[in-house]
Design a protein around this ligand. Structure first.
Ligand code: GTP
Ligand code: MN
Ligand code: MN
Ligand code: MN
Ligand code: MN
Ligand code: MN
Length: 199
C-alpha cells in the first residue's frame, strides 16, 4: 500500500510536475475517551472546503522554496502556527492517483510525519480554530482521528469509511502501521469493517 515510488531527488527532477506537501502531526496521550477508552495518540487531519478529509499542507513551488519551507508556509496559513518541518520528517513521495489510466498525474505528493508533545498538538488545534488565516475557507476545521476500535462499531472503522482527498487515506493507514500507532491485527479488522459500512 505504501506509495514509495519516487525518491526525493527523482521527484524534484520531474520537469512539468507540480508538488504538494502534507504532514501528519501526532502526539502520545494518556487521556481516555468517555473516561475509559484509551485513545493512545492524538492524530490531526482536517476537513477541507470540499468536504474531503486530508492532511494539513498544500502546493509548494520548489523553484522558490524548499519542500519543507513550503510545507511550513502552508502550515502557517492552515494551522496558524510556525512549525519547522525537517528533511528527517519526510516519509515518501509519489505521483497522485491518476484521474484516468492513460494520463498519469503531474502532481507529486510528498508526505511527512512529525511527532509532537501533547500540549503542542493542543496548541495547534486552538490556533487552527482561531487565528489561522485559512480557517473557515480552505480548511473547515481540524479533526482528531479516532484510533480505538469497538465491537459495537464506532472509532477507526467508520472513520476510514469517510471520503478522503487523493491518497490521504493510505497515507494515514500506512503511517498507523509504520509508526506503530495501532496494532496490525486491529488495523486490519478496522479496514475490513470500514469497507462494509456504506456498501
Ligand atoms: P490552495 O492554496 O487553494 O492551492 O490549496 P493548497 O495549496 O492548500 O493545496 P491542497 O492542500 O489542496 O493540496 C494540493 C493538492 O494535493 C490537492 O488538490 C489534492 O489533490 C492533493 N492533496 C490535498 N491534501 C492531500 C493529502 O492529505 N494527501 C494527499 N496525498 N494529497 C493531498
Ligand atoms: Mn493551503
Ligand atoms: Mn492545503
Ligand atoms: Mn496553497
Ligand atoms: Mn491557499
Ligand atoms: Mn460515514
Amino acid at each position: 500500500m505504501a506509495c514509495g515510488q519516487l525518491s526525493r531527488a527523482e521527484a524534484l527532477a520531474c520537469s512539468g510536475c507540480r508538488h504538494a506537501c502534507h504532514v501528519m502531526l501526532y502526539s502520545d496521550t494518556e487521556s481516555q475517551l468517555f473516561g475509559k477508552i484509551p485513545i493512545r495518540h492524538i492524530i490531526l487531519m482536517q476537513m477541507r472546503f470540499d468536504g474531503l478529509l486530508g492532511f494539513p499542507g498544500g502546493l509548494v513551488n520548489p523553484s522558490k522554496e524548499t519542500l519543507e519551507a513550503g510545507l511550513s508556509r502552508e502550515l502557517l496559513e492552515e494551522l496558524g502556527v510556525a512549525l519547522p518541518i525537517s528533511i528527517e520528517d519526510h516519509v515518501d513521495s509519489c505521483h497522485a492517483p491518476a484521474s484516468s489510466p492513460s494520463s498519469p498525474s503531474r502532481l507529486i505528493t510528498h508526505f511527512y510525519v512529525k511527532k509532537m508533545e501533547e500540549e503542542q498538538i493542543k496548541e495547534v488545534e486552538r490556533a487552527a480554530a482561531s487565528t489561522a488565516p485559512d480557517h473557515g475557507q480552505e480548511v473547515l476545521g481540524m479533526v482528531r482521528v479516532p484510533l480505538y476500535t469497538r465491537k459495537g462499531g464506532g472509532g477507526l472503522a467508520p472513520f476510514l469509511s469517510h471520503s478522503f482527498i487523493g491518497n490521504a487515506r493510505s497515507q494515514l493507514v500506512d503511517s498507523l502501521l509504520r509508526f506503530n500507532l495501532v496494532a496490525p491485527e486491529e488495523l486490519h479488522r478496522a479496514l475490513t469493517h470500514s469497507l462494509k459500512i456504506h456498501s
